[in-house]
Design a protein around this ligand. Sequence first.
Ligand code: KIV
Length: 279
Amino acid sequence: METPVHSHIDLQTLCRMKAQGAKFAMLTAYDHPTAVAAERAGVHALLVGDSLACVVLGHASTRDAPLDLMVTLAEAVRRGAPRVYLVGDLPFACTVGGAATVVEGARRFRDEAGCDGVKYEAPSDKAAVVEALASAGFETIAHLGLRPQTVTSPDGYRAQARDAGAIRQLVRDARRMVTAGAAMILLEAVPAEASEAVVEAVSVPVIGCGAGPACDGHVLVTQDMLGIGSIRPPRFVPRYADLGEQMVAAMRRWVREIADRTYPAPEHVYPMRRTDAGG
Ligand code: KIV
């Protein structure tokens, strides 16, 4: 059954959901049709993630996500899903010039694409960047745990914070980012014990990406859960569809029907305009 989203979902909505113990759903979207489908399905938040570098552009690393393209796609996503909480993911390219270029990237996501918030992969020593974003008025999600921008090969993706010491460090980082002004925390690929500790330690919503049940919301890469593309999804992704196989089957049929001339059939052909009764 569809759960339509009636009014614009903002940060307050997500905080209220957290306070009420209601979990929210977030997906990645890099195009208009996906955005339309997600909003119709009742998804609360969409992320124009730098994962598009791998999922859409076929690169090995998320570092290759171009800001210009992401802003253009975020605009398309906003057109398709005017009411969801829309997040622009600050790509690696934005971070090379320090806080100033990060803030400029955030400004583009907000002013050119209509994003509600931005996500920043936040190394422990970069709380000042989160502070710069927050003091410039950006609702900022600090991404902790596995930070894909630090990974440069496909086998480099590993779960983080898997012992007590690392969990203590993660909690310290989360607190530091919230003190710096982070509006939400995103935890990627950490054990359930780690996300429980972070949820306990901070008052802002915590979004999990493979981070166990304590999180206030959960995010997946849409292509992974729909079974599209060549990337083998991580263990925390349930497969809700096999659209990749359906695409191949449909395209095979198209190739076959052209070869055996069943396409175009009469219903696919424009008739001549009728001129008079005699034709
Ligand atoms: O870029 C992305 O899609 C992400 C999510 C996996 C959290 O950062």
